[in-house]
Design a protein around this ligand. Structure first.
Ligand SMILES: Cc1cc2nc3c(=O)[nH]c(=O)nc-3n(C[C@H](O)[C@H](O)[C@H](O)COP(=O)(O)OP(=O)(O)OC[C@H]3O[C@@H](n4cnc5c(N)ncnc54)[C@H](O)[C@@H]3O)c2cc1C
Length: 409
C-alpha cells in the first residue's frame, strides 16, 4: 500500500448488504469508489413476495447513486470483469482500469448450474427482483393460454426453493389449473436446517397441488421438460432454478484456494497473500464458515469497514466475533418458521416479525436518501404491507388454524 498518499484509494465491489454497510462506515477522509452492476440496493430476502404481488420491485429497492453520493463517495454503475492483486487494479466491463490501495470484495454469490445441460438457457434464475418479475409475468402469460395443467417445477428445495413455493401457493392455492413440483438431489428439504422443519413443511403442503421429488439427479433441462439420470423425464411449462450458488467467475484470479463457496479469509476478513484485500458477506468464507445470510453480511460489511479504517491508519486490526443468527423462513401464508440452531418455532404470526425486520432495515437505509424520498418510501412500503400482507392475513385469520399451526417443532 502506498503510505505516502494523503488519501487512501478504497474500492468496494458490490453495494448490497455487505458493501453498502461498509460504504456507510468508511471515513470520508478516504477516496472511496463503490462499483455495482445494479443501479439499486435490493432487499433480496423478500424478493420471492413479488410472485404473489405482496411486494413490488420498488418497495424492495433504493437508488445507489443517491445514497452513495450522499455518503460522500463515488458510485460507478458497472460490472467488474477482473482484479489484479499484484498491480492493485480493478478492470471494468467497459475496459476502464482503476487503481486501489485497499479493496473490499462484497459481490456476493451468483447462480451455479453445476454444468447441467440447458439449465442456464431454460431454467429461470432466482437471484434478483428482475428474475422474479420475469417469472411472475411468464406464469400469468401461460395461465392466459388456458393450458391445463400448468406444470411449474422448482429445482432446489433449500431455503429459497421453499420460500418460492410458499409464494406460489399463496397466490395459486385455489387455482386447480396449477401443478407444482419441488425437485432436489438431497433426501429432504432445507438440508442445512433441522430435519423436523422439512417434515413440517411437507405435512403443511399435503393438501396442496404440490409434490416433492427427492434423491433426483437432473441431467438436462429443456424448454418444456426436465430429464433425470434414470432416463425418466417430466413436463415443465416453467422451470425455476433455486438449486445452488457460487462465487462470481471474475474472482478466479485471486481464489488461490479454489473454493466455490467463497474466498478464504482470516478473522480480520483479509485474503491470504494480499493484506490490502478484504472480503465481506456471501463472498467470504472463514475457517469456521458462517451461514450465507443477509444479517451476517451486514455485520461483516460493518466489520470490514472498521478494519479498513484501522488498516489505513496503520492500527492493529480486530478479529470478527463469529456469532450465529436466527433465520425466519416463510412458507407463503401457510406458516413462518423461526430457526436458531436446533430450535424451530412455527407460527403464522411470525410473518409479522419477518415483515418488521424488512420494514425496519429499509427505513434505516432510506435515511440516507433525501428526506422527501425517504418519507414517501416508508409510507409506500407500510401501505403496501398493510394492504397486501397484514390486512389480508387478519381477514383470513381463524383462531383454530392459527393455534394449530403455532408450535415448537
Ligand atoms: C431469494 C432469496 C431469499 C433470501 N432470503 C433470505 C432470508 O430470508 N434471510 C437472510 O438472512 N438471507 C436471505 N437470503 C440471502 C441473502 O440475500 C444474502 O446472504 C445476502 O444478500 C448477502 O449479501 P452480500 O452483500 O454479501 O451479497 P449480495 O446481496 O448478493 O450483493 C452483492 C452485490 O454485488 C454486485 N455484484 C456482483 N458481481 C459484481 C461484479 N462483477 N461487478 C459489480 N458488482 C457486482 C451485485 O449486483 C450485488 O448488488 C436470500 C437470498 C435470496 C436470493
Amino acid at each position: 500500500m502506498n503510505l505516502n498518499r494523503k488519501k487512501s484509494r478504497i474500492i468496494i465491489i458490490g453495494a448490497n448488504f455487505a458493501g453498502l454497510t461498509a460504504a456507510g462506515k468508511l471515513s470520508k477522509c478516504h477516496e472511496v469508489t463503490v462499483i455495482d452492476s445494479k443501479q439499486d440496493f435490493q432487499w433480496t430476502p423478500n424478493i420471492h413476495e413479488i410472485l404473489s404481488d405482496v411486494k413490488k420491485e420498488t418497495s424492495l429497492s433504493l437508488n445507489l447513486e443517491t445514497i452513495i453520493s450522499r455518503l460522500g463517495h463515488c458510485f460507478i454503475n458497472q460490472t467488474v470483469s477482473s482484479i489484479d492483486g499484484n498491480l492493485q487494479t480493478v478492470t471494468l466491463n467497459d475496459k476502464q482500469t482503476l487503481n486501489y490501495d485497499v479493496l473490499l470484495i462484497a459481490s456476493g454469490h451468483t447462480r451455479s448450474n453445476y454444468g447441467i445441460e440447458g439449465a442456464n438457457k431454460y431454467a429461470y434464475g432466482f437471484r434478483t427482483a428482475d428474475d422474479v418479475i420475469k417469472i411472475h409475468n411468464d406464469i400469468e402469460a401461460i395461465l392466459n393460454t388456458n393450458k391445463h395443467p400448468v406444470n411449474i417445477n422448482i429445482i432446489g428445495g433449500g431455503f429459497t426453493g421453499v420460500e418460492v413455493l410458499g409464494e406460489l401457493l399463496r397466490k395459486y392455492a385455489t387455482n386447480k389449473q396449477m401443478n407444482f413440483k419441488v425437485i432436489d438431489s438431497a433426501a429432504r428439504l432445507v438440508q442445512a436446517l433441522p430435519e423436523k422443519l422439512s417434515d413440517d413443511i411437507l405435512s403443511q403442503c399435503k393438501n396442496h397441488q404440490v409434490s416433492f421429488h427427492f434423491n433426483q439427479t437432473i441431467t438436462e433441462v429443456k424448454k418444456s421438460s426436465i430429464h433425470f439420470s434414470n432416463t425418466e423425464s417430466i413436463e415443465s411449462d416453467l422451470t425455476i432454478w433455486s438449486a445452488g450458488t457460487k462465487l462470481p467467475d471474475y474472482l478466479n484470479s485471486i481464489n488461490t484456494q479454489g473454493l466455490s463457496n467463497g474466498l478464504a479469509v482470516n478473522t480480520c476478513l483479509q485474503i491470504s497473500g494480499f493484506d490490502n484485500i478484504f472480503v465481506a458477506g456471501d463472498s467470504a468464507t472463514l475457517e469456521k464458515p458462517l451461514a450465507k445470510q443477509a444479517s451476517i453480511a451486514l455485520d461483516m460489511g460493518l466489520h470490514a469497514a472498521i478494519n479498513i479504517n484501522r488498516f489505513c491508519s496503520q492500527k492493529t486490526l480486530k478479529p470478527l466475533e463469529v456469532r450465529t443468527k436466527p433465520v425466519l423462513l416463510s412458507l407463503g401464508d401457510i406458516n413462518t418458521y423461526f430457526i436458531q440452531g436446533k430450535l424451530v418455532l412455527a407460527s403464522p404470526v411470525l410473518a409479522a416479525a419477518k415483515e418488521a425486520v424488512y420494514q425496519f432495515y429499509m427505513a434505516r437505509l432510506s435515511t440516507l436518501l433525501p428526506i422527501e424520498q425517504s418519507v414517501l418510501g416508508i409510507a409506500g412500503r407500510i401501505t403496501l404491507s398493510t394492504e397486501k400482507l397484514l390486512l389480508a392475513e387478519i381477514l383470513k385469520l381463524r383462531p383454530r388454524v392459527l393455534l394449530g399451526r403455532s408450535k415448537l417443532l
